[in-house]
Write a protein that binds this ligand. Structure first.
Ligand SMILES: [Zn+2]
Length: 470
């Protein structure tokens, strides 16, 4: 039987081996074989990839897929078509958005999956944000029947703060019970770590010091400083360890939060640490209010501490925390602007340009933090995340030498802007394949890919993340 496709002439990043010249054969949407360069074989199609490097398709396990300014859920297939297009541009071949609702997820999940699949160009999963008693009661079924083993909780939703997202408040007792339910059902908890009682004090002080917000991102950071984040990280990690629930620390922004997570990992807690591209590239010196994000951008020294964590292996994953509200959501000064920025289409460009070229982050580490680790952490490792025969042929081909400038006119996401406008990138995504089919070819989106993305059921191996096997 001939292969469906053979990608020839490139160098691929293989697990445990690194960069190797090889051909990759695809059959039935899966990687069928890793072949010697120019090996003699029968194939229906050949793809010349000379001069390029093949990475496992990036897997973004932190984003918000919504509709217009609503970040709860997609409403129409176009929402998914547009943001998965942005994902493909950034080398992402699978993503796992956070689904937010007040009703039980079993009442709406099939419809959300249908709407997403009808537009999706790439494969997708979903995490559930747990905020109500009915949702908490549903956790066993979400893990087993829906293939959703990862649950987010907004630790900062107290004292009426949940209303900002249309959610009820929770407390540490609720977090404890969610961790118990996750541990008992092969699940994982993804806390948004901020201790809001501390932030109420620091916010009041920052507002008194800078009522008009002229201090921009530095003022925003002062209103929710790193210890607010680090305190919640250590509390979640400890409750996770006591209950046996693996904890996935989302959007680590500061050296203090990273230290808190690592202290508990050393003490035996099962912890996966994620950071986001914007914490690696932007800081409180960034002018304007557009890069207002929660947690805030930090000091330049935090930025470098996060790079060190990526280089050393202490940080496991990079997720985008993509929010596609348009630029009008940023109006009104730092106190009024809405938090969150788009990041899908710049994920691999940031890692290649700022990580590989500027800081010597190896391509193997980039494959690990952008694909292999998120896949393993989030229960996708049995189907995706590495260039290994038997796994889905999700492949991203990059030109390491290409230099280009990000322009607002090039932005694909419905956000319509990027915090990287004007940035000169070194390294570019040329082609993306999902299950052996091109969704991006010569940097051109393939329209026939719309609606071919599939929902992927996830399961954590042995009920645990295996990023740090022991
Ligand atoms: Zn987020």
């Amino acid at each position: 039987m001939p292969y469906d496709l053979v990608i020839r002439g490139a160098e691929a990043i293989l697990p445990d081996i690194g960069q190797v010249a090889c051909d990759i054969a695809v059959a039935d949407g899966k990687i069928a074989a890793i072949l010697a360069p120019d090996a003699d074989c029968a194939a229906e199609a050949r793809f010349d990839a000379r001069g390029l490097v093949i990475l496992p398709g990036a897997i973004d396990v932190h984003l918000h897929l919504g509709h217009g300014k609503d970040i709860a859920r997609p409403r129409v297939p176009e929402d998914a078509a547009r943001e998965t297009a942005a994902a493909a541009m950034g080398g992402i071949t699978c993503f796992v958005p956070y689904l937010m609702a007040t009703e039980p997820f079993e009442d709406m999940f099939d419809e959300v999956c249908q709407v997403t699949a009808a537009g999706a160009r790439i494969d997708f999963g979903y995490h559930f944000i747990i905020s109500t008693e009915a949702q908490l009661a549903g956790v066993p079924g979400y893990a087993s029947a829906h293939g959703v083993p990862s649950f987010k909780i907004f630790m900062n939703n107290r004292g009426g703060e949940g209303a900002r997202l249309g959610l009820p408040d929770i407390d540490d007792g609720f977090l404890l019970r969610l961790c118990e339910a996750a541990a008992a059902n092969g699940g994982m908890v993804c806390p948004h770590p901020e201790t809001i009682e501390l932030a109420w004090i620091t916010r009041k002080r920052a507002q008194a010091a800078d009522p008009n917000g002229t201090g921009g991102l530095a003022t925003w950071n002062a209103s929710r400083p790193p210890f607010v984040e680090a305190d919640a990280v250590q509390r979640a990690a400890y409750i996770g360890q006591v209950t046996g629930a693996p904890i996935y620390i989302v959007h680590t922004s500061s050296a203090e939060a990273l230290d808190a997570a690592l202290r508990h990992r050393r003490a035996g807690a099962r912890i996966v640490v994620e950071t986001c591209p914007h914490y690696l590239t932007h800081d409180i010196l960034t002018p304007g209010d557009v890069a207002k994000i929660n947690p805030p951008l930090r000091a330049p020294s935090d930025r470098e501490a996060l790079w060190q964590g990526l280089l050393s292996g202490e940080i496991d994953t990079v997720g985008t925390d993509h929010v596609h509200r348009d630029i009008s959501s940023k109006a009104g000064g730092i106190w009024a602007a809405s938090p969150g920025c788009p990041g899908l289409e710049t994920l691999l460009p940031v890692l290649l340009s700022e990580g590989h070229h500027k800081r010597g982050l190896s391509l193997s580490r980039i494959a690990a933090v952008s694909a292999t680790n998120p896949a393993r952490a989030m229960g996708l490792g049995h189907v995706k995340g590495a260039i290994v025969p038997g796994l889905d042929a999700d492949l991203t081909l990059v030109d390491l030498k290409a230099e280009w400038v990000m322009d607002r006119a090039d932005v694909v996401s419905s956000a319509g802007y990027s915090i990287y406008e004007g940035w000169k990138f070194h390294g570019r995504v040329e082609h993306s394949f999902v299950r052996g089919r091109a969704v991006l070819r010569d940097r051109t989106l393939q329209d026939e890919a719309v609606g071919t993305g599939r929902y992927v059921r996830r399961r954590l191996q042995g009920g645990q993340s295996n990023v740090h096997p022991d």
